[in-house]
Design a protein around this ligand. Sequence first.
Ligand code: PLP
Length: 339
Amino acid sequence: MVDLKWSELPFGYIKTNYNVRAYFKNGNWSKLEITDKEHIDIHMAATCLHYGQEAFEGMKAYRGKDGKIRLFRWEENWKRLQNSANGILMEPVPKDLFFEMLKTVVLKNEEFIPPYGTGASLYIRPLLFGSGVRVGVKPADEYTFLIFVTPVGPYFKEGFKPVKIAIIRDSDRAAPLGTGTLKVGGNYAASLRGGERVHAEGYGAPMYLDAIEKKYIDEIGAANFFAIKDGTYITPKSSSILPSITNKSLIQLVEHLGYKAERRPVREDELSGFEEVGACGTAAIISPIGEIKDLDSGEVYKYCPDGKPGPISTKLYETLLAIQYGDMEDPFGWVTFLD
Ligand SMILES: Cc1ncc(COP(=O)(O)O)c(C=O)c1O
């Protein structure tokens, strides 16, 4: 195992041993290629550079107490990448190739999978892009798919604590009939302005409202929104948010734990009536929210009066983490072992 300060690792890039690549050309996918090169050789007229033909995924491998390597719901990431590829007319990656590359890249970099108990994990970044040459706006006829990994530290270095977020109205990350449900780079480019603005004002992430009426809650930065009220888990239904795999899992988990779950449009003015609110995604699982400020109206919504995350958010966070690291039995069949 490499010698790294696992618990102090940032959510950033650290060079590992290998990455894996495959190429779609003349109507066929190549075999996977294993390389230690960190750069890609790309034609200057490739569609990914000009027309944003690019999609990615974000997932993690975890090492359990038993030393075994675990993946969490990898098929869901493959399906979402499939959906992103279809949405912007790219060649989808076959499931067998996706899994073969995933397994290879994780096992080839085994020494970078953080030890159990450090709170760290191996972040996995699959990336698909149009590498074919076009000058007019048209889909490419050649694609590159690669997966790299990098170890990342625990998201909350100071523990599971409430964060502050801000509602913004001066930028949208996606339009209702646009690409918001896809994990494509353009949405992230569109979110940079909002993200940087709220960071500069001291907030952890921006809350986006629906692009048409600015009345319904869409997403929070790169995470889905959820709220708890009267024992019900409530999360937005919207045609401009990314279908989070963590959120989908929390819905199943909450129902398994005996609570109710609702996926429906959620109005901003409901915020004052919620008992707990949070953001969910692969990076942090759950970021409990202690305060939401509407930067236009000045309205402030407060949660966690004792400074601690609410009981249901805490239970969900601990249970999902325990399933991912194998501390608890996985009743859903979400975990794939990689040895
Ligand atoms: C815009 C956006 N929303 C939500 C999520 C959370 O999705 P997941 O739970 O699949 O990580 C992410 C992260 O992937 C994201 O980038």
